[in-house]
Design a protein around this ligand. Structure first.
Ligand code: ATP
Ligand code: MG
Length: 387
């Protein structure tokens, strides 16, 4: 039928909270939506309080929805029709949306308060017409099997759709500055990056490897994790740095029980330099309190002591189980559990120090030329593109 335009309605989350900054948030959100839909024919329209994706190929509808479902800031979305707001058109669209049997109700929202019929009147009118059209239907106001939603807009149009699909929520990526995620091949760090991106942070990726102790597959795995994450976070590349020489020096010269502690301090120092190069304002890790020997408050103190940038640890209070649930939802879990060698597991001491004290750590570190080791590591910095 003419004038029955298929659309995907996108409603945004939290942006409305931002008062004066609202315009800025909406601009970033628009850019992110466009980025997500890149390569698929479409038209993105702003209407009051919503976005409409229109003029797309019907065969792309599922892919468009999948991509929208990964854009932070999306509160919900619906596939439906945009029609002129007269009863004939509302009914025509409702007929397409509504199944022919089972229980249903019509649920109207009117932005246009001058519309000649009230919401209950519209519910009754369209509901009655649907009942007459499809004898297998029955009204159930409390818990219907399907709902026909009518959204009467202020511009003479109406949106007619069947259901609200839940979006990922959060804030548009890019509205909360930039952070550098220390990403390993494990389960936790990808989830940590996801969580900060959800709060609007532009997440860049940094990975440390110990070639030749760790192999190419370990690197490929991290790139794959970053690629999956980037469907939510954006991000175009993974920075990699080799720390083999640092591990060998530590192994040769320092107390074995401090191997992990000392390596982590080097990672943080290097990460801070890379963050400065990439314009990132903080570091992000996947640490969770008490999960392993180095993730104690003493361990955290010892790593924080070598950097001035804030270190965000969004998983600090999470159980492993909770992290796994999230990793599965994000889609990184399957990749994270593939076997690999992390650089942290090379030269792993039998009994790592669980509560290393700073003076002891600093004393051991005096045996190393810290600046030269950091410089050498920075010299191995590479960028691996994600696409
Ligand atoms: P993950 O599952 O994220 O690997 P984990 O439980 O294995 O975490 P650790 O190996 O102690 O814990 O690492 C703690 C955090 O340090 C990681 O979440 C990550 O942010 C960072 N990290 C560890 N190894 C690397 C690496 N090779 N490259 C970059 N960051 C790393
Ligand atoms: Mg790990």
């Amino acid at each position: 039928m003419e004038n029955l335009e298929k659309v995907i309605i996108v409603r945004y989350a939290e942006i409305h909270l931002k008062g004066k900054n609202r315009g800025y948030f909406e601009r970033v959100f628009t850019v992110n939506l466009e980025k997500a839909l890149k390569g698929l024919r479409h038209e993105l329209r702003r209407t009051s309080g919503r976005y409409l994706v229109a003029a797309f190929d019907e065969r792309d509808a599922d892919e468009i929805c999948a991509r929208i479902s990964r854009v932070f800031g999306v509160h919900s979305y619906s596939v439906g029709y945009r029609v002129p707001n007269d009863l004939e058109h509302l009914f025509t669209a409702a007929k397409v949306i509504c199944p022919q049997d089972g229980t249903f109700k019509v649920d109207t929202h009117r932005a246009d308060k001058k519309y000649p019929l009230t919401s209950p009147e519209l519910n009754a009118e369209i509901g009655a017409r649907l009942l007459a059209e499809y004898p297998g239907l029955k009204v159930d106001i409390r818990s219907p099997q399907s709902t026909v939603c009518l959204d009467i807009r202020e511009d003479g149009s109406a949106l007619v759709f069947g259901s609200f699909e839940e979006g990922v929520g959060g804030m548009p990526v890019g509205t909360s500055s930039k952070g550098l995620l220390l990403i390993s091949g494990g389960i936790d760090s990808p989830v940590a990056g996801y969580m900060m991106a959800k709060r609007g942070m532009d997440v860049n990726f940094l990975h440390f490897h110990s070639y030749p102790y760790t192999n190419e597959q370990a690197k490929d795995k991290v790139v794959e994790l970053a690629r999956i994450l980037s469907r939510y976070t954006g991000g175009e590349e993974v920075s990699t740095v080799k720390v083999t020489h640092i591990q060998e020096e530590i192994h040769k010269k320092c107390a074995a029980e401090l191997n992990v502690t000392l390596l982590r301090r080097f990672m943080f120092r290097i990460a801070e330099r890379v963050a400065q190069m990439r314009g990132a304002k903080c570091l992000i890790t996947g640490e969770s309190l008490g999960q392993v020997a180095s993730q104690t408050i003493e361990g955290i103190t010892s790593s924080n002591a070598v950097v001035t940038l804030p270190v965000l640890r969004p998983l600090i209070g999470f159980d492993k189980e909770e992290i796994i649930v999230r990793a599965k939802k994000i889609g990184t879990f399957e990749t994270s559990v593939l076997p690999y060698e992390d650089c942290c597991t090379v030269f792993l001491p039998e009994f790592p120090a669980i509560k290393p004290k700073l003076p002891y750590i600093e004393e051991e570190e005096k045996k190393l030329d810290i600046e030269a080791l950091v410089q050498e590591a920075i010299g191995t910095l590479e960028r691996i593109p994600l696409r």
